[in-house]
Write a protein that binds this ligand. Structure first.
Ligand code: VGL
Ligand code: ZN
Length: 361
């Protein structure tokens, strides 16, 4: 019987004390292949999972379904166990990402207009104070060593489609439930144009170069941060920092994250149910592990915030408070839901590579 406080073999990789390499992966296989038959069976794999998924010395309890899904995703030939070759192929990337993730903090739209200006969240239905995100984000930047920090800005031209005061400069489509004369802030209308565009109307906000578009001066900005502007096209809004709302054009964000080998994307800022949420959803679609920072977000509408949190979780994201971030970034807290997401990504990458082999382009 094993003593409950035996060493966790993965502890030496926490906070990059030792880089997890292929040699470590081989040793890891040998350690968990207790009967030495060259395969990790379900029981042996269970032991590995309980050492991989822990918060410090406390193991997470995985459900049978979670254990089964991870095994199936990593078990290439579907024989119910993990061979040494499968371990070195699939599990290496899986373990590497779990033990030593590469983390980006994305601070979404912490701009004057949302905190104190024309679109101040405190005047929106949920009545939340956007200023509340600043201390949470600043203390995160002081305590956590992110591999990359990105600031996004809503950056609209004066004739932007989302501004209620601009409703007269474009034609409404016949299917719009609300007429052009009646339409007001927070209504959703439909515009005519080269593509028919559904649009929620907002007060004029974040006009390029204006005070309202500046980041709040109390927000800390580390020297080597990156800035991404969005919503620059007058004809289409852009809630996500990756794509415009019609998914027709992309910002440079995905290239920036990929170039730095980022695996994990932490989202925070305003508005939770709008730009923070859609940025998180798109990050998950791009194959990043997504962590939404609940206490570092403020939103527009309570029901929409709840719906957005549910959508994020359905895509595999986790929602946590900022006090938990440091341990996850350093790899001492390894939540199962993120590990499951990694296994899905590893399996998806394998499928894409295999498809390419069959249909070379
Ligand atoms: C946003 C409404 C309109 C946001 C941007 O940053 O969440 N919300 N434009
Ligand atoms: Zn906007």
């Amino acid at each position: 019987m094993e003593s409950p406080d035996r060493d966790n073999v993965f502890d030496k990789f926490v906070d990059r004390k030792k880089i997890f390499d292929k040699q470590d992966c081989i040793q890891c296989f040998q350690r968990y292949d207790v009967d030495g038959d060259g395969f990790l069976n379900k029981k042996e794999f269970h032991q590995l999972l309980s050492d991989v998924f822990c918060d410090g010395s406390q193991s997470y309890k995985l459900t049978e379904a979670q254990e089964g899904e991870i095994l199936t995703l990593l078990d290439q030939d579907q024989d119910g166990q993990i061979s040494k070759a499968e371990f070195l192929g699939n599990c290496y990337y899986w373990l590497k990402q779990i033990l030593q993730p590469s983390s980006a903090l994305i601070v979404v739209d912490v701009q004057n207009d949302f905190l104190d200006g024309n679109l101040a969240l405190r005047n929106c239905p949920a009545g939340q104070d956007g200023l509340g995100v600043i201390p949470a984000i600043n203390s995160l930047l002081d305590t956590v060593n992110f591999d990359l920090v990105v600031y996004t800005r809503d950056w609209h031209p004066a004739d932007h489609i989302s501004f209620a005061e601009n409703k007269h400069i474009r034609r409404f489509h016949a299917t719009s439930q609300i007429s052009q004369t009646e339409a007001k802030v927070h209504d959703t209308v439909i515009f005519e144009g080269s593509s028919i565009t559904e649009q929620k109307l907002w007060p004029t906000h974040c006009v390029q170069g204006s005070w309202g578009a500046e980041l709040h001066t109390d927000l800390k900005v580390p020297d080597d941060s990156i800035f991404v502007d969005k919503g620059k096209n007058p004809e289409v809004d852009s809630y996500s920092a990756f794509w415009d709302n019609n998914k027709q054009s992309q910002t440079e964000l995905v290239q920036i994250l990929s170039k730095r080998n980022i695996t994990d994307v932490y989202v925070c800022g305003v508005a939770y149910d709008v730009c923070v949420g859609f940025t998180g959803l798109d990050a998950a679609d791009h194959g990043f592990r997504v962590i939404a920072l609940d206490d570092a977000c403020r939103g527009v509408d309570l029901q929409h915030i709840e719906d957005m949190k549910k959508s994020l979780q359905d895509k595999g994201a986790i929602i946590i408070n900022t006090c938990k971030v440091k341990d996850i970034v350093e790899g001492s807290d390894r939540p199962p839901k993120l590990g499951l997401q990694t296994a899905r990504n590893v399996a998806l990458a394998r499928t894409l590579v295999n498809n390419n082999k069959v249909h070379p382009t």
